[in-house]
Design a binder for this molecule. Structure first.
Ligand SMILES: Cc1cc2nc3c(=O)[nH]c(=O)nc-3n(C[C@H](O)[C@H](O)[C@H](O)COP(=O)(O)OP(=O)(O)OC[C@H]3O[C@@H](n4cnc5c(N)ncnc54)[C@H](O)[C@@H]3O)c2cc1C
Length: 307
């Protein structure tokens, strides 16, 4: 049963869903409306209904790169759990739904003896979120392995070649598109490889991650690395490793990981991020650019993160 009668009951739309349940920061206020979709028809139906009703909508994956405002999000949040997977080893590619986990994709391909996607073990989000932000780890990224993706745009669908996403460092042209296109599925290039070798590679990469990155309520690197330097190094050099402000703190393990404490708020994280950015600018002259996406009803204070 849908909490909003304008939506088909099969969609089971909920009202006032707390976004802190659906983001790795574990903070953020309610989505006016929220729906979990587990198939392509459900994803399309949610998009088409919001479109027809003129309701703003946000497609989210695992919420591992987003800071949602304490005041919540307008309209419908679509929590994408569409996770189909098809291997086409003879043609050297895999086809994956946009709600599939990147880390699970790395594991699946390794078991099938398909190489090229091991870096994805380091990306906790979905395929859709990874394409949106050209996610990368361990020296590779989406841009290096994506061949094409199916994209929904205002009710029309097309298969878009990878070269048309204008990928850059943690960037794609999905960011600046006011039509808010949605990735439905994607094809990634793979090569035949020994499953035992791939398995060892994944274990080594996962071990490396565990040794260098903190657990807890964070979204990975908060700021992008500036040209020729590391945001973490600059934050540490500004004396901010372990720095606390309200219900948020800079990780004492990795200075570019800003974390919320249990009970902390999105505003606490924002205030900390603004303070870190100002201190780094004063100490080094570098103005860091956030990698994390701010979603929802932020007030004008949030602009200080981008000035
Ligand atoms: C511990 C930790 C470690 C991390 N390490 C890395 C790392 O090594 N490298 C790295 O790149 N990132 C890293 N991240 C950040 C994050 O995992 C990636 O940015 C990831 O790609 C986000 O995917 P998501 O599904 O969680 O996206 P979300 O946070 O849900 O969404 C992010 C943005 O993508 C948009 N989006 C989501 N799905 C779609 C879709 N289907 N179509 C169009 N737009 C969509 C959303 O609207 C939003 O604007 C890390 C995060 C954590 C918590």
């Amino acid at each position: 049963m849908s909490a909003d009668a304008r939506f088909p009951s099969t969609l089971r739309v909920r009202a006032h869903e707390p976004m802190k349940r659906h983001t790795s920061f574990g903070v953020g206020g309610p989505a006016d409306l929220w729906v979990e979709v587990r198939s392509l028809p459900a994803l399309r139906l949610a998009l088409e209904t919001a479109n027809r009703l003129g309701i703003p909508r946000t497609v989210m994956g695992h919420g591992t790169n987003t800071l949602v405002a304490d005041a919540g999000i307008d309209g419908l949040v679509i929590y994408n759990r569409y996770q189909d997977f098809n291997a086409h080893p003879a043609n050297d590619f895999v086809r994956v739904a946009s709600g599939h986990s990147m880390a699970r994709l790395a594991g699946r391909c390794a078991r099938l003896g398909l190489g090229g996607l091991s870096f994805a073990i380091g990306v906790p989000g979905t395929v859709g979120g990874a394409i949106y932000g050209n996610a990368g780890a361990f020296g590779s990224d989406v841009a290096a392995v994506l061949t094409s993706a199916r994209v929904w745009r205002c009710g029309h669908e097309s298969e878009v070649p990878a070269s048309d996403f204008d990928f850059g460092y943690r960037q794609s042209n999905l960011h600046d598109d006011d039509k808010e296109p949605v990735v439905l599925a994607a094809s990634f290039r793979v090569q035949p490889a020994d499953p035992a070798v791939l398995r060892r590679e994944l274990l080594a990469l996962a071990r490396r991650r565990r040794a260098t990155q903190p657990l807890g309520q964070n979204a990975g690197s908060f700021f992008m690395n500036p040209d020729g330097d590391y945001a973490g190094r600059l934050i540490e050099a500004a004396g901010l490793k372990g720095h606390e402000l309200g219900g948020a703190f800079v990780s004492p393990i990795h200075a570019n990981f800003l974390s919320a404490r249990p009970g902390g708020t999105a505003t606490d994280v924002l205030d900390l991020a603004i303070a870190v950015r100002e201190r780094v600018a004063r100490a080094s002259g570098v103005r860091l650019t956030p990698e994390v996406r701010l979603l929802g009803r932020w007030n004008s204070h949030a602009r200080a993160l981008f000035k």
